[in-house]
Design a protein around this ligand. Structure first.
Ligand SMILES: Cc1cc2nc3c(=O)[nH]c(=O)nc-3n(C[C@H](O)[C@H](O)[C@H](O)COP(=O)(O)O)c2cc1C
Length: 495
C-alpha cells in the first residue's frame, strides 16, 4: 500500500491525525512501516470512499430516538494539497511564525518548516515540528535530510516559499544571490513564488541598504507583505513591525486559493453570531457569560474559506476576527438582534453567540451606590429571541442553525429547541455543571476543543472531541451537502 498516497488523498498528515486521533509520530511510523495498523484500517477505508459520510449524515431512515457516534464529514478544503515551505529567519518575531503555522493549517495548507541558525536562537525546531506535525529542516549539509528530502526537492516541491520573519540579513542574502545556508539556498533554487514578511528595527528597515535590497527583490517578483508601523519589539516606534499572522494568511490565500467564484459557497450569504452579549446594570456593571467566540469565529472563517460572503455579528470578545468577513460588533442582545435582522437575506444563519436571555429592566446611567441593606432586587426583562426571530422571519435563511448549551438531557432538549425555534439544526454542547462558582472545570467556554451533538430532523449525531476549527470545517462540509441537496430537491426531475 502507498501510505503517502493515502495520506495525501485524505488531506495530508494533519487531517489524518485528527481523523485517527493520533499524534504526528504515529503518522511517521505508518510511513516508515509502509502500512497502517489494523485498528485504524477500517476508519481509513471508510474515509477513502466518497459517500459514506453523506449516507451517515443524511440517512432518511434513521431512527429519530437513537443517537449514534459518527465520524463527521471529511474536510475538502479549497486549498487541499497546497504546500508551503515556511522559512523562519532569526528575528525577535520568529515566535509569531508558530501561530502563523497554526492559522495556515486551519486553512488546509501543508507546512514544511525551514529554520535558519539564528532563528533557532528564538524558537526551537521541536516546537515548530510539534505544531506542524512535520519534520523541520535546518541544515544544508545533513546527510540524512539530503537523502530524505534534498535541498533542491525542498525548493521545488512546494507551491510557495514564505519567509516569516524576513530579517534584514536574509533579505540581503536573497537579494544578492548568496546561498550559504539551507534557507538562502532554497530561496535561490526555488521556481515557486516567494513571499516575504519583513520584521526588523525601524532604522534597519529604512537603511538604504535594506531599501535597495527590497527594491531588488520586488523587481524580481518577490511579494512583500508589510511591514506594519507602530511599537516594535525593540521598543522603538516606526515602520518594521511584522504584519499580523491573519494578514499574512490573507495574502497567502489570495495567491494560492483557486478562483473564489468556483468555491462551493460562492454567491451565498452567511450570517454568523458569535461571542457573548453584555447587558448593562449600571454605568460600570453588566450581566455577561463565559463565551469566548472561538467556535462562532471558526465557523465564520470556514464559511468564508469556502467562498461565502460572511456577516459576523459578534459580542465583546478578545480574539481577532477572521479575515475576509464583514464584522459587526455589538454589545447587547437587542443590538445583536437588530444587526441580524438588518443583515438579511441570508442563505445560511448560524447563531453561535451566547445571547443573554434577560436584561436589566431599568439600567442606570450612573454607578448604583452600595446599599445598607443585605440584599437588593434587580428586575429583569426578557431579551428578544434572535434564533426564533430568524426562524419565523419572512426571509428565513434556507439553512438555520442554532446552538444549545445544556447541563443535562442534551439530546432531548436540543431536539425540543430545534422544533420550538423552527430551525434546521441544533449544535448541542454539554456544559459541565460547575461546583459552586468555580468555572474552571467548564468543558466548552474558552477552550480550543469542543464535543458536540449535531441534532437534525430525525437524527442526532454525537461527534468525537475535536478542535473548534475542525468542528467548524466539518459543519461547513455538512452544510454544503445539505444546501446541494436542497437545490437538487427543487430541480425538476429529468424525464
Ligand atoms: C535579540 C535579537 C533580536 C533580533 N531581531 C531582529 C529582527 O527583528 N530583525 C532582523 O532583521 N534582525 C534581527 N536580529 C539580528 C539577526 O538575528 C541577525 O542579523 C542574524 O544574522 C539573522 O540571521 P538570519 O537572517 O540568517 O536568520 C536580532 C538579533 C538579536 C540578538
Amino acid at each position: 500500500m502507498d501510505v503517502q498516497k493515502v495520506i495525501d488523498q485524505l488531506g495530508g498528515r494533519h487531517a489524518l491525525q485528527s481523523l485517527l486521533g493520533v499524534g504526528p509520530s504515529a503518522i511517521s511510523n505508518y510511513i516508515t512501516r509502509g502500512c497502517f495498523p489494523r485498528r485504524v484500517q477500517s476508519i481509513i477505508d471508510t474515509a477513502l470512499q466518497d459517500t459514506p459520510h453523506h449516507n451517515q449524515l443524511h440517512n432518511p431512515n434513521a431512527n429519530s430516538t437513537s443517537s449514534t457516534t459518527l465520524t463527521p464529514p471529511r474536510i475538502i478544503h479549497p486549498t487541499h494539497g497546497k504546500r508551503i515551505a515556511l522559512i523562519i529567519g532569526g528575528g525577535i518575531a520568529a515566535y509569531k511564525a508558530l501561530e502563523l503555522t497554526r492559522r495556515l493549517q486551519d486553512h488546509g495548507f501543508h507546512i514544511t518548516g525551514i529554520m535558519t541558525k539564528s532563528a533557532q536562537q528564538f524558537i526551537t525546531p521541536l516546537s515548530l515540528s510539534a505544531l506542524s506535525g512535520e519534520k523541520v529542516y535546518t541544515d544544508l549539509f545533513s546527510l540524512t535530510d539530503e537523502a530524505e528530502m534534498g535541498h533542491i526537492r525542498l525548493a521545488r516541491e512546494t507551491d510557495l516559499v514564505l519567509v516569516v520573519p524576513a530579517t534584514a540579513n536574509l533579505m540581503a542574502r536573497a537579494a544578492n544571490g548568496i546561498a550559504d545556508d539551507l534557507a538562502s539556498t532554497i530561496l535561490l533554487a526555488t521556481t515557486a513564488p516567494v513571499m516575504m514578511a519583513p520584521a526588523m528595527n525601524p532604522a534597519m528597515w529604512s537603511h538604504p541598504a535594506t531599501q535597495d535590497n527590497l527594491a531588488r527583490l520586488q523587481s524580481r517578483g518577490v511579494h512583500i507583505i508589510g511591514p506594519d508601523s507602530g511599537d516594535t519589539a525593540c521598543g522603538e516606534d516606526g515602520e518594521g513591525r511584522l504584519t499580523s499572522p491573519q494578514d499574512i494568511v490573507a495574502h497567502v490565500r489570495a495567491r494560492l486559493e483557486p478562483d473564489r467564484s468556483s468555491l462551493a459557497l460562492s454567491g451565498k450569504h452567511a450570517l454568523v453570531t458569535s461571542g457573548p452579549t453584555i447587558e448593562p446594570i449600571d454605568s460600570v456593571r453588566f450581566i455577561a457569560n463565559h463565551s469566548s467566540g472561538k467556535q462562532g469565529h471558526a465557523i465564520a472563517a470556514a464559511l468564508a474559506s469556502h467562498g461565502a460572503t460572511v456577516t459576523l455579528v459578534n459580542g465583546p470578545v478578545t480574539i481577532d476576527p477572521p479575515t475576509g468577513v464583514k464584522l459587526v460588533s455589538v454589545e447587547t442582545a437587542q443590538e445583536m438582534h437588530d444587526a441580524c435582522m438588518a443583515a438579511l437575506p441570508a442563505d445560511i444563519a448560524v447563531c453561535a453567540a451566547a445571547v443573554a436571555d434577560w436584561r436589566a429592566q431599568a439600567p442606570k446611567n450612573h454607578k448604583i451606590k452600595k446599599q445598607a441593606a443585605d440584599s437588593m432586587t434587580l428586575n429583569l426583562v426578557k431579551n428578544p429571541d434572535i434564533l426564533a426571530a430568524l426562524g419565523t422571519h419572512e426571509q428565513r435563511p434556507t439553512l438555520l442553525v442554532g446552538f444549545a448549551a445544556e447541563t443535562e438531557n442534551l439530546e432531548a432538549n436540543a431536539q425540543q429547541k430545534r422544533i420550538a425555534k423552527n430551525c434546521d439544526w441544533i449544535i448541542g454542547n454539554l456544559v459541565a455543571v460547575s461546583s459552586g462558582t468555580n468555572t474552571s472545570d467548564n468543558l466548552v467556554f474558552g477552550h480550543d476543543k469542543n464535543t458536540i451533538m449535531l441534532v437534525r430532523d430525525g437524527t442526532s449525531e454525537a461527534w468525537p472531541k475535536m478542535r473548534k476549527t475542525e468542528i467548524a470545517d466539518k459543519l461547513v462540509a455538512a452544510m454544503i451537502m445539505t444546501l446541494n441537496e436542497t437545490v437538487a430537491d427543487k430541480e425538476p426531475a429529468n424525464v
